[in-house]
Write a protein of this length. Structure first.
Length: 176
């Protein structure tokens, strides 16, 4: 699935790990993983967060996302396995770090959460579905498998979705 011409750096191989949180220019930095899980039909696992798990500024918007979360002291790969199991009840294999998706900040005006003003650094991890039927958790109101072209052509996905697909080696195949 990966492009053999592009080496994919794995910072964990070199013992490089960012702490979960630290101050950068007076902002708390939070590391997060987004997991691009593909099944044997080539579909990608997506989820829609419950309103209680979404920032107030994003509530009411149907924003699909890849599952994932904070490493909580785990490596990116271990965090990806744990988060997918917790959020969808499935097991994955061939889990691999793919690279940096991007960074964004949570507005200081977001007072309901502990990450107001935080710098969120998102990393991409890819995986393949091994076992289990995808089911909703307490974080999502729905989880479902979607064809990659449906993801590429949709505007309902969060920022960084297309970057994650490219990092995971899933190219756009149609012009829709």
């Amino acid at each position: 699935m990966t492009n053999p011409q592009i080496p994919l750096p794995n910072p964990e191989l070199f013992g490089i790990r960012q702490p979960l949180t630290h101050r950068l220019y007076d902002r708390v930095q939070v590391e997060a993983v987004r997991v691009v899980v593909q099944n044997n039909l080539g579909q990608i696992l997506t989820g829609v967060r419950k309103p209680s798990q979404t920032r107030p500024s994003q509530r009411g918007q149907k924003q699909l996302e890849f599952l994932g979360g904070k490493p909580d002291g785990d490596s990116y790969v271990c965090a990806a396995q744990r988060e997918v199991s917790e959020e969808a009840g499935i097991e994955v294999f061939e889990v691999a770090y793919r690279g940096l998706i991007g960074m964004h900040t949570i507005p200081n005006t977001y007072r309901e959460g502990k990450y107001a003003g935080a710098l969120i650094v998102q990393h991409c991890v890819s995986a393949h579905h091994l076992a289990g039927a995808a089911a909703v958790s307490d974080e999502h109101k729905s989880v479902e498998w979607k064809h990659p072209d449906e993801i590429w052509s949709s505007d309902a996905f969060r920022a960084g979705t297309h970057t994650a697909l490219l990092l995971a080696g899933i190219p756009r195949t149609s012009k829709s």
